[in-house]
Design a protein. Structure first.
Length: 202
């Protein structure tokens, strides 16, 4: 068995990059399957369930409180997720995926990009914030990242999203950052922009 409880949905389009779907706090491996199908029809979907439990709610790493992370655990869990992607690639015969993460899932995706850049082909980060105050020097040249923020997101201050953009850009990623007139929840605009960006990046 692979090291995470997960769902894998094979793709019908062999040329399309698979997606690594990473749910938010309290979600599970089924949460983002519909979203994945909508934004990337025909693409293989790999969707693990976060192993950390917070009052019964699955997450991808520990936090001390909302927006304050246990960075040692962030690093440990990003390494664990990177290992899982390697296992799943071998088991299912898929290429390096593009991560699509929401909230806590976007944060572990950003941490994985910064600490294990070889594992991901790129990322769609929905409401991400800085996962590591002082990340290692990663090489993200050639990788595209779409970051979608909410202008009135009560969890992610504008300054924090800007810092994440600066970290990823400094590592060489091709950043496309849009701030939508919404809060922390997802909107139709998120789905449309993610679909367009993924279609253009294939
Ligand atoms: C996190 O813990 O990763 C962020 O606070 C987002 C969340 O999951 O609420």
């Amino acid at each position: 068995a692979l090291s995470f409880v997960h769902r894998f949905e094979p793709g019908t389009d062999a040329g399309a990059r698979p997606l690594l779907l990473l749910h938010g706090t309290g979600g599970d491996e089924s949460d983002l399957i519909q979203l994945g199908r909508m934004i990337a029809p025909g693409t293989a979907l790999l969707s693990p369930r976060g192993k950390v439990l917070e009052g019964g709610a699955p997450r991808f790493f520990r936090r001390l409180r909302e927006g304050v992370f246990d960075e040692e655990d962030v690093r440990f869990r990003a390494a664990e997720l990177a290992d899982f992607v390697g296992e799943a690639r071998a088991a299912y015969g898929i290429a390096a995926p593009i991560a699509v993460g929401f909230s806590n899932g976007a944060n572990i995706a950003a941490a994985t990009l910064l600490t294990h850049p070889e594992v991901l082909a790129g990322a769609v980060l929905l409401r991400a914030m800085v996962p590591l105050a002082d990340p290692p020097a990663a090489d993200l040249r050639g990788k595209g990242v779409l970051l979608l923020s909410g202008a009135v997101d009560p969890i992610v201050p504008e300054e924090n999203a800007a810092r994440l953009v600066a970290q990823l850009t400094a590592a060489g990623a091709r950043l496309d950052h849009r701030t939508l007139p919404v809060g922390h929840g997802l909107s139709q605009a998120d789905l449309n922009l993610a679909r367009q960006w993924l279609a253009a990046s294939q």
